[in-house]
Design a protein around this ligand. Structure first.
Ligand SMILES: [Zn+2]
Length: 528
């Protein structure tokens, strides 16, 4: 028996490729099992049967034409996954379409429920069945979920075999899917927020405090959520996607997602290194112990930034408070190269006094912010501000005139003031829209000076760092840490000179001499 396979994918369906593959695979297996001879395959790609488009324009209409023209003298079977692949038009259209092509000698077979429709068995009952099935097609049968699962199983199999083509357009909040073939792209400022969340967690802060701080800083959420919530922080912290891993899972209808199979590495671009994640997880595991201890103080503002010249991170070692001969109590915390500490080949045995480094770095960064032209507000901002002010005046005047015209119109009942009113309202709307665009431009232009804004915050918050109130101190330190991470790309601790070099995100350098008790110097150099 000769068979033509008909495969259709509509744009409403996810995963075009796998849907086609699966339909074709199912049909071919079905035909092979019965010893049928597949002579052709019709592929209606992206044409929705919902409006009956495919029976008019797609490959299916050519098939009907061929059948009509007698191209299949010994009969032909049209094999489809299920009837609603043929058409999702209303019931009557489907019935009449099926009647018409079966009268041409075409037999329709369905894979899904192994049915056969031909001119001899199309009767009233069959027509009702067709009608009901077409109706189900319109409503999307519950079988869709099993079909989707089957498609996913196929994709997972391909993933296991090393195929890294994008599995789904759904991506974690810090990634987007772009291009063709689609690929994941990191949204850098969001990835930065995620890293900061991990750093804060590694430093001993809880998710409630982190959510609160992000909200206080006005950091935009990744989705439509109104502000940051501890639950979302938790979700990020426990997501293997930050490391680039994809955990396949299934989500029963109405249930929660459960893991299914091993995680697949290198699936997403990683945005957090395994070391940072381990430190954050370790900190979460021990949080109940440290929450009242040093964790609450956020002792190390440089987590994630401080690097030894060998490339390893600088770890924070707390030595606790020490009483000096003169009775002063000093904290003796140090930054030490992790590679040196663990005997991994680095010779930088310097123990950089943390308190001194912190004071010097904040001094130097503040000094450079005040003096340096890098942080001057661009003229662009001023220009846009002036333009917005001008247009706002025009807007106010136009609206006033429109109100007057409206009054006049209601008094005089003449058409002229009414026409004037409409013209003025349209004018006002246009000006209003222009102001909206300018305000967007202003946000962008101000973004260029945001490091200065962060530094302003540092200055303001520095007072808070010495506050008597513990929670105020902590809040100040959290904000400064956030600002530093916005401003500084890396902090390099050199071995021989013991200098600390800060590479800023605006490509400037600040070099700090963390010597002595509070004596510091910093200078700025352009990269070029
Ligand atoms: Zn080192």
């Amino acid at each position: 028996m000769d068979v033509v396979i008909y495969v259709r994918w509509s744009s409403a369906e996810q995963g075009k490729g796998s849907s086609l593959e699966r339909q074709e695979g199912d049909c071919r297996r079905f035909a092979a099992a019965r010893g049928w001879n597949v002579v052709d395959m019709i592929l209606d790609d992206g044409i929705s049967a919902f409006r009956g488009q495919n029976s008019l324009e797609g490959g299916l209409s050519n098939f009907v034409d061929d059948a009509e023209a007698g191209r299949y003298p010994s009969g032909i079977t049209l094999l489809v996954e299920k009837l609603d692949r043929l058409s999702r038009q209303n019931v009557r259209s489907v019935v009449s379409w099926v009647l018409r092509i079966t009268e041409l000698g075409v037999v329709i077979c369905t894979v899904e429920d192994d049915r056969r429709y031909d001119a001899d068995n199309i009767d009233m009952v069959a027509m009702i069945e067709v009608a009901v099935k077409a109706g189900l097609g319109n409503l999307e049968s519950q079988r869709k979920s099993t079909r989707v699962s089957a498609a996913w199983a196929g994709k997972r199999e391909r993933l296991k075999q090393g195929d890294r083509t994008v599995l789904t357009r759904r991506a974690p909040g810090w990634l987007t899917v772009e291009g063709s073939p689609p690929a994941f792209v990191v949204i850098q400022d969001r990835a930065e927020i995620v890293r900061r969340i991990f750093e804060w967690t590694a430093a001993g802060l809880g998710k409630h405090l982190i959510a609160r701080n992000l909200n206080l800083e006005g950091v935009a959420t990744f989705g439509r959520a109104n502000g940051w919530h501890a639950s979302y922080i938790q979700k990020i912290l426990s997501s293997p996607a930050v490391l680039g891993e994809f955990q396949p899972g299934t989500k029963p209808k109405g249930g929660t997602r459960i893991a299914d199979g091993d995680p697949i590495p290198d699936y997403y671009p990683p945005i957090v290194d395994a070391d940072l994640r381990n430190r954050a997880l370790a900190s979460m595991a021990t949080r109940s112990r440290i929450v009242m201890g040093r964790g609450r103080r956020l002792p190390n503002l440089f987590g994630g930034l401080a690097k030894c010249e060998c490339g390893a991170r600088m770890t924070f070692r707390a030595k606790g408070a020490k009483v000096r001969a003169n009775g002063d109590v000093v904290r003796e915390d140090y930054l030490v190269c992790d590679a040196y500490q663990r005997g991994r080949g680095c010779r930088n045995l310097n123990h950089y006094n943390y308190q001194i480094v912190e004071r010097c770095v904040l001094d130097a960064v503040l000094a450079q912010a005040v003096e340096d032209r890098h942080f001057e507000a661009p003229a662009e901002v001023r220009r846009i501000e002036i333009e917005i002010a001008d247009r706002s005046r025009v807007l106010a005047r136009t609206r006033e005139r429109a109100d007057n015209a409206m009054e006049l119109a209601s008094e005089s009942k003449r058409p002229e003031p009414r026409a004037l009113y409409h013209r003025l309202v349209a004018e006002a709307d246009a000006v209003d829209e222009a102001i909206g665009l300018l305000q967007n431009q202003l946000v962008v232009a101000r973004g260029a000076v945001s490091p200065a804004e962060h530094v302003r915050r540092i200055e303001e918050l520095r007072g808070g760092m010495t506050s008597d109130d513990e929670s105020e101190r902590l809040a100040a330190r959290m904000k400064i840490m956030g600002a530093l991470h916005d401003l500084v790309r890396t902090m390099m601790f050199s071995r021989r000179s013991r200098l600390v070099g800060l590479e800023l995100k605006n490509d400037a350098y600040v070099v700090v001499h963390p010597y002595g008790d509070g004596i510091s110097a910093g200078y700025v150099a352009n990269r070029e």
